[in-house]
Design a binder for this molecule. Sequence first.
Ligand code: GDD
Ligand code: MN
Length: 403
Amino acid sequence: MRIIVIIPTYNEVENIGKMLDVLTREEFPKIKDHSMKILVVDDNSPDGTADVVRKEMKINQNVELLLGSKQGLGVAYVRGMKYAMKKMNADAVIELDADFQHDPRDVKRLVAAMDEGYDQVIGSRYIKGGSIPKEWEFYRKFISWGGNLFARVVLLMFTLHDATSGFKLTKVKGFLDHVTLNRLLSKSYAYKIHILYEIVKERSARVKEVPIKFHFRERGSSKIEHEDVFESFKVVILLFFRSRFFKFAIVGLIGFSINAFFLEFFRRFGIFDNLGGSFSYLEGSKLNILSQPSAWSAAAAGEVAIVSNFILNNFWTFASNKFTQPLRILWKFLEFNLTSLGAVFIQFAVIGTAVGMFGDTIIVRQLALVGAVGFLIVPYNYTMYNIFIWKRWKIPGLAWLQR
Ligand code: GDD
Ligand code: MN
């Protein structure tokens, strides 16, 4: 594979020469199965960083330089990633800092993990064997740890331990080439969180974390500012409002309102009075529930909500992989309906029983609906979706149904 190590630089004249040296002379020769190249993305550093790179390029084919104006780390990386994909035919890119806080000797470990079959490999400071600089004062440690925890919790990425790491490898095909590089929420450091989110959540990449020691910066100075820290929190929150989890919850709330409304609508206009009436001979028997128009109304209202949930989820929550072909939509709808059938049945049984016991009033119907949805249907749907829709729970013996 063709792997491009992207190194952004701003005033790194004291570091970049040594970094290029270590990578191309000591480390790349150890990576036998891949073609390794470096792309330095410099924002016209006034200290002459680019001159050092140019000097190296005269004697080294594996180094390229991309210049631009300084608009932030994210802008520099986007420019570099596009160039690596379009002009250098990258199969994978590695993000690496120039200042030796990331150890260039860890590059081969990231590549080795990719070779094991992973789509993204993260150099992680927060797993066993990883660390942050002990020289950092408490405040810096706390911000790093807290910001990271915040991103993981809000974006439901618990399985990842370092969401803000600046050292990682990402495959291009199917992953980086699908990231919305032109519409990232940050021009600065928080671009990392946005890309990570899309790769992990929207592209469902197989991710591996390898432990790294994040060293203390010995030469030059950090470019991160207070605004960058605040912006990272902002980006996490904005991503949450775009997340499937959030959309799914909104669709659920809309579905519930529709359900409650149609239950009363069907009752009010007596839509199911005849159907209930045709079972009136069962009144007083064990099957009394069949003669309850409210039970039929609840089941029908449940079905209306299912239709609404399906449409909204397909065209909004899961818009990025929605079904568009009519036959496919129909098939998926039937499948969705089949898994939701239990929910219709639960509504029929619970509301039918409740009105039978406590009288057929709006209060009883609506309370029974809240109870049915909250205590039975949400857990039921959660189980069904995990088994049949997202197939996250593998059930022995059901493998044939879970394909
Ligand atoms: N081209 C360009 N333009 N490069 C930049 C810019 C910019 O605006 N800002 C920073 N860089 C380069 C630096 O020259 C360095 O090579 C690298 O990006 C990282 O910058 P630092 O300023 O050293 O960042 P840091 O050490 O504070 O932050 C690192 O750790 C964070 C996690 O603690 C980075 O890796 C962050 O991405 C990471 O989130
Ligand atoms: Mn640094």
